[in-house]
Design a protein around this ligand. Structure first.
Ligand code: SF4
Ligand code: FES
Length: 368
């Protein structure tokens, strides 16, 4: 097995519980029940080990991490371990006393999700009346002086409102706005037909981002997460398998990426059975697609393999049934036709977005 450099980032999925029901959620269809979540003591131990192991940054995520009443204790554990904490939240449940307690515990920054610039559309996409809570949460974070990031998952239903979405993020005082084109895993894969944009929508959105970037002159960071289905280029997913970050799911399953639970036969390790160090260095799951030995042609001899690591294993599995194949998002993949069929069928170049939107399988326990 390859000796791997230490990870620096930990995605701590504290719970799959969430008041929202976003159809693009990357959580698995089989959500972990609240009763199976790690305890406070177990998360404290995960943070201690992570800090000792070299992790310097953690996203406290979910689901909705504010549903954990012990969130401040977990933040204290991370802070004591020397780990920078960012809360990834819908904003629902964030009031002034809660935020003050989290800041006292050591919370360093907040990333707030936004579904649309228009309150009614945002609530419709989220499947929950949450826009007002988001607006309040943004104001509280700014008042407290914490860095604020706004995260927007982009799809057919909101791409045409991108300019207004960016404006909303600026009005709320964001330092950074992440414009993340939908990555099709979990619930997003299930809702792919409803979420997949047209090429025209994407072209207009790119222009909007460029125009806004020029106007902002670098004062606010606009991050564009590429729509890999449309670009013909594989993304360097997770910075490589088992290369820079690890995910701990709500029940303590350790994964090389949040979507890897969908891979059959991965046999992921568990933090109750092994230390993070053993998991990272020795588990079969973290070594399976690490480095280049697992690669087949065309990746094996491709000059881009050190930059994109052959793309995304979970996407290769989702689209071909074999996680070791070249990511079909890559134009060089023998399976690229699968993607072209999806992006072209019903979405020919120049077509307008269908007038009817929605019709989602909303995320909820039990598979929707
Ligand atoms: Fe990347 Fe493999 Fe495509 Fe080359 S063939 S660009 S390594 S995904
Ligand atoms: Fe799992 Fe890309 S999401 S490797």
């Amino acid at each position: 097995m390859t000796a791997a450099p230490r990870p620096w980032a930990l995605l701590a999925e504290l719970t799959h519980g969430c008041p929202l029901h976003c159809p693009y959620c990357s959580n698995p269809l089989e959500l972990v029940r609240r009763s199976r979540e790690l305890s406070t003591a177990e998360w404290t131990e995960v943070m201690r080990q992570a800090g000792e192991f070299g992790v310097v940054h953690t996203h406290l995520s979910g689901g909705e991490p504010l549903l954990r009443p012990d969130l401040a204790e977990i933040v204290i554990a991370a802070e004591s371990a020397g780990i920078y904490t960012q809360l990834v939240t819908s904003g629902v449940g964030l009031d002034e006393p809660r935020l003050a307690a989290l800041i006292a515990a050591g919370l360093r920054s907040v990333q707030l999700s936004l579904q649309h610039a228009d309150p009614a559309a945002s609530d419709r996409i989220a499947g929950y009346r949450s826009f007002a809570a988001k607006e309040r949460a943004a104001a509280l974070v700014r008042k407290a002086g914490l860095p604020l990031g706004i995260n927007v998952v982009l799809h057919r239903d909101n791409l045409d409102a991108l300019d207004a979405i960016i404006q909303r993020g600026l009005d709320w005082g964001a330092d950074r706005i992440e414009l993340a084109n939908t990555q099709f895993y979990g619930w997003a894969l299930r809702n792919r037909d409803a979420l997949l944009p047209t090429r025209d929508q994407l072209a207009r959105a790119r222009e909007t981002v460029e125009r806004r970037r020029q106007r902002l002159g670098g004062t606010v960071d606009l991050v564009w997460v590429v729509p890999d289905y449309f670009d013909g280029v594989a993304k360097p997913c997770m910075g490589g398998w088992g290369a820079v970050s690890l995910t701990v799911a709500p029940d303590g399953t350790a994964l090389p990426c949040p979507a890897a639970a969908s891979l059959p036969d991965l046999d992921p390790p568990h933090v109750r059975d092994h230390t993070l160090e053993w998991i990272w260095d020795h588990s079969t799951a973290f070594n399976r697609y690490r480095g280049e030995e697992w690669m087949r042609e065309p990746c094996r001899t491709c000059s881009r393999r050190t930059e994109d690591f052959g793309g995304c294993r979970c996407q290769a599995y989702a689209l071909t049934g074999d996680a070791a194949r070249t990511d079909p998002a890559c134009a060089l993949s023998p399976d690229h036709g699968v993607i072209r069929t999806l992006t072209d069928a019903g979405h020919p170049a120049g077509a307008q977005a269908p007038a009817r939107t929605g019709g989602y399988a909303y995320r909820k326990p039990g598979g929707g």
